[in-house]
Ligand binder design. Structure first.
Ligand code: ATP
Length: 199
């Protein structure tokens, strides 16, 4: 599995539609200060479901939408799509190629798409659990992140190892099952109360 391309439109400094294509080997993005290199990494974080504006170096989620320049009006939406080669089927989806897209409008409306079909943020998260790619994954190492990992709490560091070991999805499923079990216990308690009132 590898990243084949990133398509951005209206995202931060990229007003026009731009497609970055990646081939085998290492790709470097170079450019003068402030030319938008980090915005490319932000675009990947964002499409993977980043919900924190701070992580994207903004104050609000609408800050990812192109805000205009002296010569150009602001845009009304931002869209990012990443395409991954899945010929090794590392992603549990029956496609050789997977495109995940996210779109947001100034009105606040937003949507996620997987291979062109509308989906939930949860679906995007589930697709990338245990692959290292998800928004909490270790495939994007931002500035200062190594320091954060080294000086972070043991539980936070553990999350990184869980992801690498491929057990995150099982932990999530366990949490959901435990929550359901707890809800059922409460329901049972309530039924027992009603029954004893009736007797
Ligand atoms: P450096 O080398 O200094 O780290 P960089 O190449 O990584 O810089 P970025 O931080 O990716 O640059 O891009 C910063 C630029 O993006 C700034 O010029 C900023 O004005 C522009 N920018 C950020 N958000 C928006 C937005 N919503 N609309 C328009 N431009 C934006």
């Amino acid at each position: 599995m590898y990243l084949k391309s990133i398509e951005v439109q209206g995202f931060k400094s990229f007003a026009n539609k731009i497609v970055f294509e990646f081939h085998n080997g290492i790709t470097g993005i170079v450019g003068p200060n402030g030319s938008g290199k980090s915005n490319v990494a932000d675009a990947v974080r964002w499409v993977l479901g980043e919900q924190s504006a701070k992580q994207l170096r903004g104050a609000s989620m609408q800050d990812v939408i192109f805000s205009g320049t002296e010569n150009r009006k602001p845009l009304g939406f931002a869209c990012v799509a990443i395409t991954l080669d899945n010929s090794d089927h590392k992603l549990a989806i029956d496609f050789e190629e997977v495109t995940v897209a996210r779109r947001v409008y100034r009105s606040g409306e937003s949507e996620y798409l997987m291979n062109g079909t509308s989906c939930r943020l949860k679906d995007v998260h589930e697709l990338f659990y245990d692959t290292g790619i998800g928004k909490e994954g270790y495939s994007i190492i931002g500035q200062g992140q190594i320091d954060k990992i080294l000086s972070g709490k043991p539980e936070e560091r553990r999350e990184l190892f869980d992801e690498a070991a491929g057990i995150v999805k099982f932990k999530r499923r366990k949490m959901v099952a435990q929550k359901k079990l707890e809800d059922e216990k409460q329901n049972l308690l309530r039924v027992t109360d009603i029954l004893s009132e009736l007797e």
